[in-house]
Design a protein around this ligand. Structure first.
Ligand code: ADP
Ligand code: MG
Length: 204
């Protein structure tokens, strides 16, 4: 701790230079990371049903509409399914970073992500982790921390998942997710290389 109010740790999230809180400042106030009036949010995108690469690229376009600055886009990665029913097709995974528009809250953003999932053909789940045309997980929303079934922030498994950390490290390697002490790049270097990942499309 120490360092007083001037020791406010801010790191750059990727090439667009969005400033992201490291979480180290223990902001117990509004927890709203000011970034031109909005919060920096990261969304994990996954698809293993239908034309997954096209779906992800189309979704990037829609996510850009939710951002007041150019969307940060990772590469598209093909990844082996994790904890999925047998014979599940591989996933296309990616991560996007956005600066939310004025008035956006974690709940309102999640509702928009869920509406997009539906629009892209996501069916209600019958079997755990069954193939889906689109899965949008909110990885982080500024420095928000909460543990509710309908919305847990940061996403509870993001820091352990190679298919999240690998793309996230392309756009925000120095980000420290709230509750973590290591950067995304450091977390990625520690996570086991247990799944096969292949870059399909370099940062579209
Ligand atoms: P999964 O992403 O684990 O495959 P689903 O996409 O079906 O599962 O999401 C299940 C529930 O998880 C949703 O109803 C949603 O409200 C909840 N949820 C909790 N935290 C988050 C989060 N950070 N991002 C997205 N959904 C979340
Ligand atoms: Mg989900």
């Amino acid at each position: 701790m120490g360092g007083g109010p001037k020791a406010r740790a801010v790191r750059h999230a990727g090439r667009a230079g969005i400033e992201v809180s490291t979480g180290a400042e223990q902001d117990t106030g509004t927890k709203r990371q000011e970034a031109g009036g909005g919060s920096v949010a990261f969304v994990a995108v996954g698809s293993n049903l239908g034309d997954s690469s096209k779906i992800v690229i189309d979704v990037f376009r829609r996510l850009a509409e939710l951002s007041q600055s150019p969307l940060l886009k990772s590469s598209l990665w093909q990844t082996a399914p994790v904890d999925c029913p047998p014979n599940s097709p591989p996933f296309v995974n990616a991560v996007a970073g956005l600066v939310t528009r004025a008035g956006e809250t974690p709940d309102s953003l999640l509702a928009k992500l869920q509406a997009l999932e539906k629009e892209f053909g996501r069916q209600p789940k019958k079997v755990l982790n069954e193939p889906r045309s689109l899965d949008l997980d909110l990885i982080a929303f500024g420095t928000e921390v909460r543990a509710m079934p309908q919305l847990t922030l940061p996403h509870p498994r993001a820091h352990q998942r190679r298919f999240v950390l690998q793309p996230l490290s392309e756009i925000a390697p120095d980000l420290v997710l709230p509750g973590q002490s290591k950067t995304v790049a450091e977390l990625l270097s520690k996570v086991p290389e247990d799944i096969c990942m292949r870059r399909l499309v370099e940062r579209p």
